[in-house]
Design a protein around this ligand. Structure first.
Ligand code: TTP
Ligand code: MG
Length: 357
């Protein structure tokens, strides 16, 4: 195809949240540890965010209801997440990684892609560099990671998952299709449970099955995604490693139909704005730490008042509480209110953004 061959790394920290907890509290080592919602002796709502490999032996998984985890291993150590800590550690790891490559792309809290084409001239040099990075992260952070090396992001990402934890998997360009063929289709990005089921009904289970199926038929069944599946099954992915521009803040505001001096009314509107904003933030997989309240009076005089929370959150109740505090502390009672608004910033992304691939 005449394109320059690339060497891409995907680095993924091992059982990230629980690994950080174990490092901070060595007494946890060797025990099954689960970070997530409060299990409340089996009555808890919410899910497992992650668990260490001891807990995985019992088939505990990310996203599983915490009540189910409790049924399986009530004797595990259950911890609430400390996002502040994880984000700090994540930032330290990302700055180590960033230094190794001109083309760098963070992907979620504990993963990143590096394009090392200009640093490593062949697979042997790539292996040496990957080992060096693993050692450096361990020496610096006392945490292990898994690295996948491949000709593109798709293959590198699947490779990093191949021999977790503490893995290093190198997929040579010519061996890409052979590497992918035996793996279940679920390993491909974009293939969720529904697609997996639909493909299974068509007799397609492995990536190899997918590669040998009819491209036109896939397009007919899945639209554009079908074409994408076919290319991915052949290990083709031309997307670049590039730092994505992050949105800095998300906001909502409402102008009253009629200027008002009714603080209760303003508070009600603020609560609605908070609900919309919290949903937006949660849908995008963000947490926030800073909240800004904006108020405009009948004479167009406009003020903003901000507060930084002690920790990141995505909870509506935190947003509402702060918004109302700011309203009641700062609203001038001698002027009618024309508009109120809310903005959240200091955003951090805590979930994988698969749809952006
Ligand atoms: P992952 O890298 O998917 O998982 P992990 O690092 O815990 O385990 P692995 O060794 O398999 O890589 O996610 C990174 C962190 O993101 C994880 O520690 C917790 C968090 N997370 C969630 O909050 N919700 C989720 O559904 C998943 C999958 C992860
Ligand atoms: Mg991980």
């Amino acid at each position: 195809m005449g394109e320059k061959r690339r060497i891409i790394f995907h680095v993924d920290m091992d059982h990230f949240y629980t690994a950080v907890e174990e490092r901070e509290h060595p007494v946890l080592k060797g025990q099954p540890v689960i970070v997530g919602a409060d299990p409340k002796e089996g009555r808890g709502r919410g899910v497992v965010l992650t668990c260490n490999y001891e807990a995985r032996k019992f088939d505990i998984r990310s996203g599983m209801p915490i009540s189910r985890a409790w049924k399986i291993i009530p004797e595990a150590v259950y911890l609430r997440p400390n996002f502040e800590l994880y984000i700090r550690v994540s930032n330290e790891i990302m700055s180590i990684l960033r230094a190794h490559s001109v083309k760098f792309e963070q992907w979620g809290i504990d993963e990143a892609f590096l394009d090392v084409t200009s640093t490593a001239k062949d697979d042997a040099e790539a292996e040496h560099l990957a080992q060096q990075i693993k050692n450096q992260i361990y020496d610096n952070q006392k945490l292990t990671c898994s690295i996948g090396v491949g000709p593109n992001k798709l293959v590198a990402k699947i490779a990093s998952d191949y021999e977790k934890p503490d893995g290093l998997t190198i997929v040579e360009d010519q061996k890409t299709e052979a590497f992918l063929a035996p793996l279940p289709v679920r390993k491909l990005l974009w293939v969720g449970r529904k697609t997996e089921q639909k493909l299974a009904n068509m007799g397609i289970k492995s990536i190899g099955d997918l590669a040998h199926s009819d491209a036109a038929m896939l397009t007919e069944s899945f639209g554009v995604a079908g074409t994408q599946f076919y290319l991915m099954a052949h290990g083709i992915d031309r997307s670049e490693v590039e730092e994505r521009s992050q949105i800095k803040s998300i906001s909502r505001e409402t102008t009253f139909e009629e200027d008002t001096s009714d603080l209760e009314l303003a508070s009600g509107v603020l609560n609605e704005l908070a609900a919309e904003l919290a949903k937006d933030v949660q849908d995008r997989g963000y947490h926030f730490r800073a909240i800004t309240f904006r108020i405009r009076y009948e004479n167009f005089e406009t003020h903003t008042h901000g507060k930084t929370l002690p920790a990141v959150t995505d909870r509506l109740q935190d947003l509402r509480k702060t918004a109302n505090e700011l309203l009641h502390t700062h609203a001038k009672l001698d002027k009618k209110i024309r508009l109120v608004g809310l903005r959240v910033s200091n955003l951090v992304s805590l979930k994988e953004q698969k749809t952006l691939f």
